[in-house]
Design a protein around this ligand. Structure first.
Ligand code: ADP
Ligand code: MG
Length: 312
C-alpha cells in the first residue's frame, strides 16, 4: 500500500470503505476499497466472489479492478476511479433528468449487464449506489460482492440485494433464481431515474411485496403460477390489488420508457427480457452500439458506432 497516497474517503458500503487515492509512481487517481473483514490467507481472498467474478470481466461499462493487495491481513481492492454514483446524482436534485440522459446511461448499463450475464454471472445487488459515473458520463457497474455464477449450485439463501430493487422471486424466498433478478432491479432503477423517486420503497419485505402489488397489480395464478407456489410454501397471501397504470405513477415519461419498465418489472422472471433483448427495445432506438474493442480508453466518434440491432 506504500505506493498509494490516500486522499479522502468517498464511500462507506456494507463490506468495505472506499477511498480516493493517488498512485505515487504513475500519478494515477484510483479508488481503494478496504474490506471490513480480515483475511488470513491469499486463498481466502482469491476465492472471494468480488475477485473471482471481476477478474473475468473486461468491459467499458464494468468497473476495472486493477490490483488486489493483502497487507497485515487486511484486503484492499484497487479500482479505476469514478467521480460519483447514480444515487449521488439523484439526491437533492431540483429537477428531473432529461429522458435522453437516462436513456444514454441505461444503454451503457445494459451493455455491461449483457456482458456479465454472457460470462455466466449475475450481479444480484444492482442499485443506484452501485452504478458509478465518470466525468464524461460513462457509467460502470460496480460492487460484485454478491455476484453469483449462473451455474453455481442453488439454493441461494444468503442476503441478497437492497429491498427496493429486490425481485419478487427473491422476496418470496425462491431458492433458485437467475439473471432476471438484475432485470427487475433495472426496471425499478430506470423508473427512479426518470422520476427521482424510488418505484417500490418498501419499509419491510412484506411491505415491499404490497407496494409492488399496488403498482403493477397482484399477479393472477395464470400470470405467475410459480409465484403462487412460492407464496404458498411460506404461507404468504398476496394482497388483492388491481394496481395502477404505470403512466400515472410515472408522469412525463414516454410511452417507450413505460413499456420497457413494464416489461422489466414482470412478476414472472421468465417473462422479463434479457439484457440483449432490452438493447433492441424501441426506447433505445436512437442509441448507437459501440463494440467494446473500439472504445477501450479513448472516446470513439459516433460515426464508428454500429446502429443498434433491429427494433422491437
Ligand atoms: P460495498 O460492497 O461495501 O457496498 P462498494 O463497492 O459498493 O462497496 O462501494 C461503496 C461506495 O464507494 C460506492 O457506492 C461508491 O460511492 C464508492 N465507490 C466504490 N467504488 C468506487 C470507484 N471505483 N470509484 C469511486 N467511488 C467508488
Ligand atoms: Mg455497494
Amino acid at each position: 500500500m506504500e505506493k498509494y497516497i490516500i486522499i479522502k474517503e468517498v464511500g462507506n458500503g456494507t463490506f468495505g470503505n472506499v477511498w480516493r487515492a493517488l498512485n505515487k509512481q504513475t500519478g494515477e487517481v484510483v479508488a481503494i476499497k478496504k474490506m471490513k473483514k480480515n483475511y488470513y490467507s491469499w486463498e481466502e481472498c482469491i476465492n472471494l466472489r468480488e475477485v473471482k467474478s471481476l477478474r473475468r470481466m473486461s468491459h467499458p461499462n464494468i468497473v476495472k479492478l486493477k490490483e488486489v493487495i493483502r497487507e497485515n491481513d487486511i484486503l484492499y481492492f484497487v479500482f479505476e476511479y469514478m467521480e460519483c454514483n447514480l444515487y449521488n446524482l439523484m439526491e437533492n436534485r431540483p429537477h428531473l433528468f432529461l429522458e435522453s440522459q437516462v436513456r444514454n446511461w441505461c444503454f451503457q448499463i445494459f451493455q455491461g449487464l449483457a456482458s456479465i450475464h454472457q460470462r455466466g454471472y449475475f450481479h444480484r445487488d444492482l442499485k443506484p449506489e452501485n452504478l458509478l459515473v465518470s466525468k464524461d458520463h460513462t457509467i460502470k457497474i460496480a460492487d460484485f460482492g454478491l455476484a453469483r455464477e449462473i451455474n453455481s449450485q442453488p439454493p441461494y439463501t444468503e442476503y441478497v440485494s437492497t429491498r427496493w430493487y429486490r425481485a419478487p422471486e427473491v422476496l418470496l424466498q425462491s431458492p433458485i433464481y437467475g439473471p432476471a433478478v438484475d432485470m427487475w432491479a433495472m426496471g425499478a432503477i430506470i423508473a427512479e431515474l426518470l422520476t427521482l423517486r424510488p418505484l417500490f420503497p418498501g419499509l419491510s419485505e412484506a411491505d415491499e411485496i404490497y407496494r409492488i402489488c399496488s403498482v403493477i397489480g397482484t399477479p393472477s395464478k395464470s400470470e405467475w403460477a410459480h409465484g403462487h407456489e412460492l407464496a404458498g410454501a411460506i404461507n404468504y397471501q398476496f394482497p388483492q390489488i388491481c394496481g395502477v397504470t404505470l403512466s400515472k405513477v410515472l408522469p412525463y415519461v414516454s410511452e417507450d420508457a413505460i413499456n420497457l419498465i413494464t416489461w422489466l418489472c414482470s412478476w414472472d422472471p421468465c417473462k422479463r427480457p434479457t439484457a440483449v433483448e432490452v438493447l433492441q427495445h424501441r426506447f433505445f432506438q436512437s442509441c448507437f452500439y459501440v463494440p467494446p474493442s473500439l472504445c477501450s480508453n479513448t472516446a470513439v466518434a459516433p460515426s464508428v458506432g454500429i446502429r443498434a440491432k433491429p427494433l422491437v
